[in-house]
Design a protein around this ligand. Sequence first.
Ligand code: SF4
Ligand code: SF4
Length: 375
Amino acid sequence: MDTPTTAVIDRQGLDELLAELVSRGYRTLGPVVADGAVVTREVTSCVDLPAGWHDEQGPGRYRLHHHDGNGRLFAWAVGPTSPKALFFPPKEVVWRAAAGENGPVPVEVEGDDRAVALVGIRPCEVAALRILDGVLSGGAVTDPGYRARREAAVVVVAECGEPAGTCFCGSMGTGPGCEAGFDLALTEIGRGARWRVVVRSGSALGAELLAGITVEPITGTDEEARHKVLASARARMGRRLEVEGLAAALEAAQEDPGWAAVADRCLSCGNCTLVCPTCFCSDVEDVSDLSGGLERRRRWASCFDLDHSYLHGGAVRPTVQSRYRQWLTHKLSSWWEQFGTSGCVGCGRCITWCPVGIDLTEEATALAAGRRTVP
Ligand code: SF4
Ligand code: SF4
């Protein structure tokens, strides 16, 4: 029998998939409830997944609720963690040396070098990885660590059926469905005793994994159920952003008084850049110890840090207003010029995790108002 590229699985099938990934040596990561949020941790079976959990998100607000009995595993939107941290760690030793007789001798930097299998990431996160790939692996400069981790990874995306109040992937063309960038794609089409998942393969590895687990053939009713889930999610997207003409409109808004108004509320804390799945700025420091050892450490940086724009004698973005403008216009405007895409995938994290509830969709819409030149 030919290997199906689309099928239906139940919990047994999903458990078999997770067990297969673990047995192949992957560091298998998926969604779990921890620290009051849905976050990414190691998983080995469906028991680890957030069955019955649903999130409530708004500007500066995130709450989890448990719906007993519905049994859905993927009825939540993105939490504070994103796949970015797995491929581009928040802190990393990129080079180490020990003292030698004739000078420093390079020493291997040890770490968990198991390939990662990401289960249950969302379509906007797949889109964010595609953006990061262009910056860190496919552009003028390649980060070898990022590239190696990405190339070794398995991606099992879970299409979205329950968008959050801060989601706007529908506006950015990055969700709630997913058509590329995955090995397997899951869509939850039932609940309780009728819990099932449509599974599609998107690569040779995905097809091989699918061939090794217990599946049922997909029916027209299952296909229809998947389309209904996605259409319903699209209709219930919590936010929207009109992107037509937005990049040029924001560029034309550099001197708008609205930047001062948002800067009055912004704490310049950098939370938005840390939770963002596409922000990629980093800083490096070289550290030595008394034994003669040397280390180069890289850590995430934020355009909200005053030091981030420090150039020979001073910061070129000394005000919160100038830093907020840099963040928003880079994401939604100059990113196009630099990388040929938007820098925002509409995940909504920067809205949810902003301590004062600044809403990127509202700010961008207000700043662009009256400046769009849509043909
Ligand atoms: S800018 Fe905000 S909504 Fe856009 S990808 Fe980053 S965190 Fe998500
Ligand atoms: S927009 Fe919000 S999260 Fe971002 S720096 Fe300002 S206060 Fe912090």
